[in-house]
Design a protein around this ligand. Sequence first.
Ligand SMILES: CSC[C@@H](O)[C@@H](O)C(=O)COP(=O)(O)O
Ligand SMILES: [Zn+2]
Length: 202
Amino acid sequence: MRQQKWAELAEVKRELAARDWFMGTSGNLSIKVSDEPLTFLVTASGKDKRKETAEDFLLVGADGQPAEATHLKPSAETLLHVEIYNKTNAGCVLHVHTVDNNIISEWYGDEGEVIFTNQEMIKAFGLWEEDAAFRIPIIPNFAHIPTLAKAFADHVHEDRGAVLIRNHGVTVWGKDAFEAKKFLEACEFLCQYYVKLLLLKR
Ligand SMILES: CSC[C@@H](O)[C@@H](O)C(=O)COP(=O)(O)O
Ligand SMILES: [Zn+2]
């Protein structure tokens, strides 16, 4: 199971790396391995996530601490992943920093949310109606991770979702790696589209 989950997460990591979504060691990823007790594989902190090594991930428990002896440190943002796995049935969490998700988070930051409408891509989130709107909450980028995790947790209610952290990045989650990656790509598409549209409208 664990090896299979490792391979799944490694493949997602490879694909996101190919998109150049891990600039400057940013980004963290995780995948659930077991439910009782809760364990998940999470990226080791501070690594260049474009590189593929045998030390890319480590197993952590429900408190975000290593579940077995290791010299590796779990991602600095593991507590956000913990909130998702503890509150939902999500199976995979992806976090990336891109220029476009940062710009959107800053542009709409004071409103606390960005609402995407009239865009085919929102169907990726299961919204099929013509007048549907997809809302992504935007939270402040608290440096104190437990405070950030608490603000983040206020927006974690469903097995799938996305939250923008202002001038930091986006965290998305889904029932499995396929769904989480689909949501992340859709989010990035929408952010890129809105940035270009905002520029053209000026
Ligand atoms: C330049 S990366 C900044 C980090 O603090 C963080 O935001 C991040 O996404 C990566 O941290 P990590 O601890 O490697 O998971
Ligand atoms: Zn980050």
